[in-house]
Design a protein around this ligand. Structure first.
Ligand code: DAT
Ligand code: MG
Length: 150
């Protein structure tokens, strides 16, 4: 089973889309193994987006992610990384497919609602950045597991 980190970003929380976004991942069959609301610190935001540090949009990206509370989730499932990213949609919401979160609720790249890890390795790193091990319920048995996982 793979794990991925999802961040429901400040715009989505402010717009009251938290429940709608959680619902889409739950319906997909991904299992929530950690979830909390928090205000991201500047240090954590810069660490999370470190790969983009030299990009011109870095300062704005950090300012956006720390501007209001976010909801972070650790999700578990088969192919969880790719499955979550296809549910989220393309980085630029105006080009994201209808039916994806970004394609249904967003227009601009700087207000693209959700983060999802881009690889299995980064999923593990990002989950560890946002959650203590004691905050995760890894591998809990869900009653419907046999109807989602073969
Ligand atoms: P994603 O969030 O789809 O994984 P990414 O990792 O390439 O996209 O970039 C992280 C975030 O940075 C992205 O969600 C929005 C912002 N971003 C990326 N490219 C940008 C650009 N060209 N201009 C402004 N913001 C950008
Ligand atoms: Mg990314």
């Amino acid at each position: 089973m793979e794990r991925t980190l999802i961040i429901i970003k400040p715009d989505a929380v402010q717009r009251g889309l938290t429940g709608e976004i959680i619902k889409r991942f739950e319906q997909r069959g991904l299992k929530i193994i950690g979830m909390k609301l928090l205000r991201v610190s500047r240090d954590l935001a810069e660490k999370h987006y470190d790969v983009h540090r030299e990009r011109p949009f870095f300062a704005g990206l950090v300012a956006y992610i720390i501007s209001a509370p976010v909801v972070v989730m650790a999700l578990e499932g088969s192919d969880a990384v790719v499955a979550a990213r296809t549910t989220i949609g393309a980085t630029k919401p105006s080009e994201a497919a209808a039916g994806t979160i970004r394609g249904d609720y967003g227009l601009e790249i700087g207000r693209n609602l959700v983060h999802g890890s881009d690889s299995v390795e980064n999923g593990e790193i990002e989950i560890a950045n946002f959650f203590a091990e004691s905050e995760l319920c890894g591998g809990w048995a869900r009653a419907v597991d046999g109807w989602v996982f073969e």
